[in-house]
Design a protein around this ligand. Structure first.
Ligand code: TYC
Length: 105
C-alpha cells in the first residue's frame, strides 16, 4: 500500500442479537359448581380434551373437592378455543359448568 492509497473499508464489527421469548402456555382450568352432574363433566373432559375415563374422573373429582383443577396446558389460542367449546357444550344442556384459561407462570 503506497502513501496515498486508501485502505479497503472493513465491515463494521457490529452484530445484532435479537432476543426471542417462547410464547407463554395457557392452562385450561375447570371450575366446580353445585349443579352440573359429575358424569356430564367427565363426558365433556373426554370429548374436548381427549382424556380417558380414568383421567377425566380424576380431574372432575379434584375440581369437585378443591374448587378448581388444571385440565391441560396449550398455546393460547388452543386453550381459549377448547375452554370455550367445553363451556358451550355445558351451556347447550343448561348447565353452569365453566372452563377458564390463564397463562402459566
Ligand atoms: N359439584 C358437582 C356435583 O356435585 C360436580 C362437578 C364436579 C361440577 C366438577 C363441576 O368442575 C366440576 N354435581
Amino acid at each position: 500500500m503506497g502513501k496515498t492509497d486508501i485502505p479497503a473499508p472493513t465491515r463494521p464489527r457490529v452484530e445484532t442479537r435479537t432476543m426471542v421469548e417462547r410464547p407463554r402456555l395457557y392452562k385450561v382450568i375447570l371450575l366446580n359448581d353445585d349443579f352440573t352432574p359429575r358424569e356430564f363433566v367427565v363426558t365433556v373432559l373426554k370429548a374436548e380434551f381427549r382424556m380417558t375415563a380414568d383421567q377425566a374422573h380424576r380431574v372432575m373429582i379434584t375440581a369437585h373437592k378443591k374448587g378448581v383443577c388444571v385440565v391441560a396446558v396449550f398455546a393460547r389460542d388452543v386453550a381459549e378455543t377448547k375452554a370455550t367449546r367445553a363451556t358451550d357444550l355445558a351451556r347447550a344442556k343448561g348447565y353452569p359448568l365453566m372452563f377458564t384459561t390463564e397463562p402459566e407462570e
